[in-house]
Design a protein around this ligand. Sequence first.
Ligand SMILES: [Zn+2]
Length: 171
Amino acid sequence: MKKLLLSLTAVIGLAGAPAAGSSEEIMLEMIDYIVSETELEYNGEQLPFVIVKSIDEICQDMLSPSDYEIFSRGGYCNYAGYYDPTVRTIVVADEPVKYMVAEKYYETILVHELAHYLQYLNGADEHVQCRNELEADAYRIQNSWIDLKGYPEEQKTQGLFAKLNSMCGHP
Ligand SMILES: [Zn+2]
């Protein structure tokens, strides 16, 4: 009986993770949506890689060594994911960051980072004063996709936080 329980857990564990076969379909549906909501174009280019990392690993990637040192001593770091255009890779945190919830977390981060993928594909990063300016559209897409799909309201990034993160000169 114990063995059976263990193998059941393993199956449930797998079912909870995004299936490799369907993740391409989800990405293409999201990309279609982003294209319809922005000036960005998509012409069948290679899709980004998607990998999952712990929040700690993501903070290590995103922060300078001295800021990471502060974070590891109890500082604040709340990155849900990021897009690395140099290796065309989307990184998603393996658990919800503060203020977000588990339900549809992966999909929420995916649609946000796919907006960045398309921005870089279209050279939008060359037409902004700073990287933060790219966030405004990514948040707008994230929030309207959440409405469209009926994801939990907690997954939205709104208000002052979204504004600050979209401003140049703000880390
Ligand atoms: Zn972003």
